[in-house]
Design a protein around this ligand. Sequence first.
Ligand SMILES: *[C@@H]1O[C@H](CO)[C@@H](O)[C@H](O)[C@H]1NC(C)=O
Ligand SMILES: *[C@@H]1O[C@H](CO)[C@@H](O)[C@H](O)[C@H]1NC(C)=O
Ligand SMILES: *[C@@H]1O[C@H](CO)[C@@H](O)[C@H](O)[C@H]1NC(C)=O
Ligand SMILES: *[C@@H]1O[C@H](CO)[C@@H](O)[C@H](O)[C@H]1NC(C)=O
Ligand SMILES: *[C@@H]1O[C@H](CO)[C@@H](O)[C@H](O)[C@H]1NC(C)=O
Length: 389
Amino acid sequence: MADNRRRRMISLIVSFLFSVSLSCLCLAPIPASAHLKFGVNGKFKILQVADMHFATGATTRCEDVLPSQTAHCSDLNTTAFMSRVIAAEKPDLIVFTGDNIFGADAIDAKKSLNAAFAPAIASKIPWVAVLGNHDQESTLTRQGLMNHIVKLPNTLSQVNPPEAAHYIDGFGNYNLQVHGAADSSLQNKSVLNLYLLDSGDYSKVDSLNSKYDWIKTSQQFWFDRTSKRLQKEYNAKPNPQVGSAPGLAFFHIPLPEFWSFDSTNTTKGVRQEPISSATTNSGFFTTLVTRGDVKSVFVGHDHVNDFCGELKGLNLCYGGGFGYHAYGKAGWERRARVVVVDLNKKSNGSWGDVKSIRTWKRLDDEHLSVIDTQLLWNSSAKGLVVPRL
Ligand SMILES: *[C@@H]1O[C@H](CO)[C@@H](O)[C@H](O)[C@H]1NC(C)=O
Ligand SMILES: *[C@@H]1O[C@H](CO)[C@@H](O)[C@H](O)[C@H]1NC(C)=O
Ligand SMILES: *[C@@H]1O[C@H](CO)[C@@H](O)[C@H](O)[C@H]1NC(C)=O
Ligand SMILES: *[C@@H]1O[C@H](CO)[C@@H](O)[C@H](O)[C@H]1NC(C)=O
Ligand SMILES: *[C@@H]1O[C@H](CO)[C@@H](O)[C@H](O)[C@H]1NC(C)=O
């Protein structure tokens, strides 16, 4: 009798421990030290998801779809599109560039965030997010939102960089390093640097007469310092490299320089609405061009603009609206941007530094059509700027 009870107790404890360890395995976040790296195919692929505007799920209706589509369309179509595009592209990283949730229609910000990111979490692919101007219009502040996001499974998001947390404006400023291919001489070096920034929500400075916020001096200072530190590491032994590794920047609100393009001179894609940048210019474009490492900026915010344009060696790209509860244009498919970075192959067959940065978009139509494929940058077209440390 006593023996039986003990055996049952032991088997209960064992199965309890087993299920605890299983759930820990599934929920364990990717450790912050786990850096990203190029694949053995010499490629690193990013999926940009802009403006999901997720609210409550099945009960949240779609905006701006064809009359024939209205009856059977909800937030779940946003979820389905994400699952499909992740399966089709198999990216190495998913970047959400803000307005992940539409706060005004979200009853519980945590639930909406969890549901919005669910397909990315389920894919087990590392993902990161920054905030837009609508995320905080529900039950969490911007800080509260980032605090929640960084705890979700498989994310590499950060609230703010530890070394700058005491001075930087906003929540969700951080950088990610992408190391060279495994077993190559650059496996321990960042050959591609990603900068994620909080472009804020609405201006709090009445006299500047700007509706939208901007990237503050403190953030530009952090970017400049980080870019210089990364270049020093890139140039250092062992395997010292020349110049700086290329970078990509992701945030929500376009820079005023996006106004430089009309329908005649975007390189690919369309401009179908005005640019909702701040009406004041905080100088981030100048900061980026001066440093010279960032080759392209990717934003969201204006859902029916999906162009890239090049100005002074810097590409300015929109992701194009992704979410069905976001305003859009009926009959103009929701879309996502893909960015692929390729490495140079050395004469002995091993992978080297970055060769090119390409992009295209995927439409949420029957075949997930690929459109607007273009080269954004290649290493034979080195910029005019030689960044100085
Ligand atoms: C939304 O999803 C439903 C259910 O799968 C589907 O019938 C409908 O065509 C989708 N609508 C759009 C606009 O994709
Ligand atoms: C290929 O050449 C590079 C130098 O260009 C060297 O660092 C690397 O170890 C070589 N790889 C192999 C597999 O021989
Ligand atoms: C990279 O770092 C690992 C671990 O410290 C080391 O074993 C390896 O030799 C390094 N590779 C190169 C190319 O520096
Ligand atoms: C695009 O064309 C407009 C005039 O149509 C011009 O004002 C603008 O400077 C051009 N932009 C670039 C980047 O060339
Ligand atoms: C590299 O970029 C330059 C400048 O944009 C372009 O002229 C050249 O054709 C590109 N090279 C390749 C191989 O695509």
